[in-house]
Ligand binder design. Structure first.
Ligand SMILES: Cc1cc2nc3c(=O)[nH]c(=O)nc-3n(C[C@H](O)[C@H](O)[C@H](O)COP(=O)(O)OP(=O)(O)OC[C@H]3O[C@@H](n4cnc5c(N)ncnc54)[C@H](O)[C@@H]3O)c2cc1C
Length: 543
């Protein structure tokens, strides 16, 4: 194997930002704090460390509330690391006539790009069109989409002819093509965004704990919720924690928590599975993404460049089995491959697939149409039970901030919290001020100089761990020291995106990652081999 040294730019590092970051995210420190405060009452305990819960916890902590977030697995382990990675208003929801939702989401898109410029990008999309009517309809529709975005528009939409479409998308099948409609939306790294929210919450004095599962709710003699019983999944230790307010932000698991409150409560979630496949970028050979607005069965399909690869998806399959590791159905994989086959000159086969990942949409159930999920609104829902459990379900990654703001405002309106103003619309997420966004390490935001310094002191830290993946030793060590990792999987799936970019390659570097973690944390060989086995087993369901 040839080793490659990645290019990196040495920033001018002032004494101020040189290793400026304190270690805010430290699981042991947070657990110690928890133990020292068992008699004190939290203002808010948030259950669930996905986009919704982390958004709520960040909002709460930044308003000054004493906030604790508990996640049963790793941050963003569930749906929030398995999205299409779009920061978008939702062209499809516009077609469904949900203009208010689209407008809200476009506004949030603008805020997300402003507040997390290190994790969000402006992405050009092209809709290939095959009839004059489609060319007209999509051009007008997308101009309206721009209009709805107002001053937060990301670039104008316009029609391009067949030649220009093929020059921007050289691998698109030319037969019958009339042209393309270009528009812009945002793209992001979902699990790193989740981490940035966790870090922001900690920066504002909040406590965030992964691998902490809420096993029951504690009620007082009047039947009102006054706390939770939580289990440290790693040590098996249990804690009774007191709070004024419990917020259920557990996505597709929300009904489980609701049943802890009231065993007779009705189902509120209609889970819908969405699958993506990841392919080598050579299958797209373009910086532009493709949007197919209507596949053979009326769905929307995207092919989007992401890091060095291309992500294609998604599906929309109603599902009954709710799991942290949903598995793609064969028919979903075939549908994506077949659709790619319909549009691309170089059709991918199953052997070309680098990763298959599935996620569950926490859609709010529609009692009138229990089976349909395509038409279920992506709008969120906030409810309050008679015993005081505040639940937030549905929505999208893009609207996490607004969902959080509304949730905390509802808690204030119901008298759980003293009145405060939301500050998150202008709250920057650890973004670095210097513009060096062409360097991938920029995703570490204001910790970027720390990583660069590690490489300059130890050039071997800049060596790629595997030529098929963009990751280097310096960032793995930095992650170990700063980002609350517990398992090898946390690093390979969510701190880096190795599992999603190339599942096989990620399994091959798992031993190196386990060794680095063992060295950093003082773990023994048994721990290393258990972690490697666990990870290798996990990877099978991504292939
Ligand atoms: C295929 C797909 C593609 C998508 N694409 C996009 C997109 O491109 N753009 C966009 O804006 N949105 C997208 N979405 C929607 C978006 O991903 C979700 O709305 C969002 O991630 C949901 O976040 P959540 O926090 O509500 O749920 P989750 O991410 O599932 O988080 C819930 C968390 O609660 C935890 N939990 C459950 N029970 C307990 C307990 N007892 N104790 C402690 N913790 C518990 C779980 O472990 C989990 O981590 C997509 C969704 C899917 C499925």
């Amino acid at each position: 194997m040839t080793l490659q040294i990645i290019d990196f730019v040495i920033l001018e590092i002032s004494p101020y930002n040189y290793y400026q970051n304190q270690i805010l995210m430290n699981r042991h420190k947070f657990i110690e704090e928890l133990k020292n405060q068992l008699e004190s009452v939290w203002d808010i305990i948030v259950i669930g460390g996905g986009a919704t819960g982390l958004g709520v916890a960040q909002d709460a902590a930044s308003r000054g509330y004493k906030t604790l977030l508990l996640e049963q697995s790793d941050f963003a382990k569930a749906t929030s690391s398995r999205s299409t990675k779009l920061v978008h208003g939702g062209v499809r929801y516009m077609a469904q006539g949900d203009l208010l939702l689209v407008m809200e989401a476009l506004h949030e898109r603008g805020l997300m790009l402003k507040n997390a410029p290190h994790l969000t990008f402006n992405q050009e999309f092209i809709i290939p069109v095959y009839t004059v009517w489609d060319a007209f309809m999509y051009t007008v529709g997308l101009k309206f989409y721009d209009l709805l975005a107002g001053r937060l528009s990301m670039g104008k939409s316009y029609f391009i002819n067949r030649e220009k479409t093929l020059s921007r998308l050289p691998l698109l099948k030319p037969a019958g093509l009339k042209g393309g409609v270009v528009y812009h939306d945002g793209q992001f790294d979902d699990s790193r965004m989740a981490l940035a929210l966790a870090q922001s919450c900690a920066e504002h004095g909040g406590t965030v704990l992964n691998y902490f599962k809420v096993v029951s709710l504690i009620k007082n003699e009047r039947g009102k919720i006054g706390g939770v019983k939580a289990l440290d999944v790693i040590t098996g230790e249990e804690f009774d924690l007191k709070t004024n307010l419990v917020i259920n932000a557990t996505g597709v698991f929300a009904d489980e928590i609701a049943r802890m409150d009231n065993p007779a409560s009705n189902a509120t979630i209609r889970p819908s599975q969405g699958v993506h496949i990841v392919l080598d970028r050579s299958f797209l050979q373009s910086e532009s993404a493709i949007m197919i607005p209507k596949t053979d069965d009326g769905r929307v399909l995207f092919a989007i460049p992401w890091y060095n690869e291309v992500v294609i998806g998604t599906t929309d399959t109603p599902i009954d089995d709710i799991s942290l590791e949903p598995v793609a159905l064969e028919k979903e994989i075939n549908f994506i491959l077949q659709t790619a086959h319909n549009y691309l000159v170089k059709p991918p086969t199953r052997e070309d697939v680098l990763c298959i990942f599935a996620g569950l949409r926490p859609l709010a159930a529609n009692p009138d149409k229990p089976e349909s999920t395509k038409e279920v609104s992506r709008r969120h829902k906030i409810t309050l039970s008679s015993s005081g459990l505040l639940t937030i379900i549905g929505g999208k990654w893009t609207t996490y901030r607004r969902m959080a703001q509304e949730t905390i405002n509802r808690a204030i309106a119901k008298g759980f919290l003293k009145k405060t103003k939301c500050v998150t619309s202008d709250l920057k997420l650890t973004a670095i001020s210097s513009d060096n966004s062409s360097d991938r390490l920029y995703i570490y935001g204001d910790s970027y100089p720390d990583i660069i310094k590690m490489i300059s002191e130890n050039p071997e830290y800049g060596v790629l761990l595997d030529p098929r993946l963009p990751y280097i030793k310096a960032e793995i060590l930095w992650i170990c020291r700063n980002e609350m990792v517990v398992k090898v999987e946390d690093i390979l799936a969510r701190r880096t995106r190795a599992l999603f970019l190339n599942a096989r390659a990620s399994a091959e570097i798992a031993p190196a990652i386990a060794a680095l973690m063992a060295q950093e944390y003082g773990y023994d060989h048994k721990w290393e081999s258990e972690q490697i086995n666990e990870y290798t087993k996990l990877v099978r369901s991504y292939l």
